[in-house]
Design a protein around this ligand. Structure first.
Ligand code: HEC
Length: 113
């Protein structure tokens, strides 16, 4: 697993996210095939992107790894997941947060196929 140094500004943004995670509620385990990882296994685990991934992407399955898709595939996956969120009544991820999340996923994405 690559562990790149986290820029100071990212570290500052992250503090805000911490408390919200536990309150999110979850019904994990009903989607097979998505390998879940815990926070410490994510690249740059304390970055804002990793926090958003945990917050918004673990309601229905385990936290997906950024390297499970090449960069160009992540936008389509996120759109599909936004759709599932509305269907399940979780509410949409805001545009600024979605941008940040996409940036994180693409930065640590897998190799193009
Ligand atoms: C409301 C439920 C829900 C939430 C929240 C959710 N997902 Fe999913 N996810 C699903 C379902 C259902 C599937 C299986 C069907 C499919 O792949 O379309 C899935 C499958 C996946 C897969 C495996 C399939 C593939 O294309 O590789 C990945 C990766 C994934 N989700 C990423 C994410 C990310 C990133 C987020 C956060 C932005 C997220 N999910 C949030 C419901 C959800």
């Amino acid at each position: 697993m690559r562990m790149l140094p986290v820029a100071g500004w990212i570290r500052r943004v992250v503090i805000v996210g911490g408390g919200i995670l536990l309150a999110a509620g979850c019904d994990t385990g009903d989607v097979p095939g998505v390998s879940g990882v815990s926070a410490v296994e994510l690249p740059a685990p304390h970055s804002a992107g990793a926090r958003l991934l945990e917050q918004y992407c673990s309601n229905c399955h385990g936290v997906p790894l950024p390297d499970s898709h090449p960069p160009e595939e992540w936008p389509a996956v996120l759109r599909r997941m936004q759709h599932y969120r509305t269907v399940k009544g979780h509410g949409l991820i805001s545009e600024p947060e979605l941008d940040r999340l996409l940036g994180y996923l693409q930065r640590y994405a897998g190799e193009a196929q």
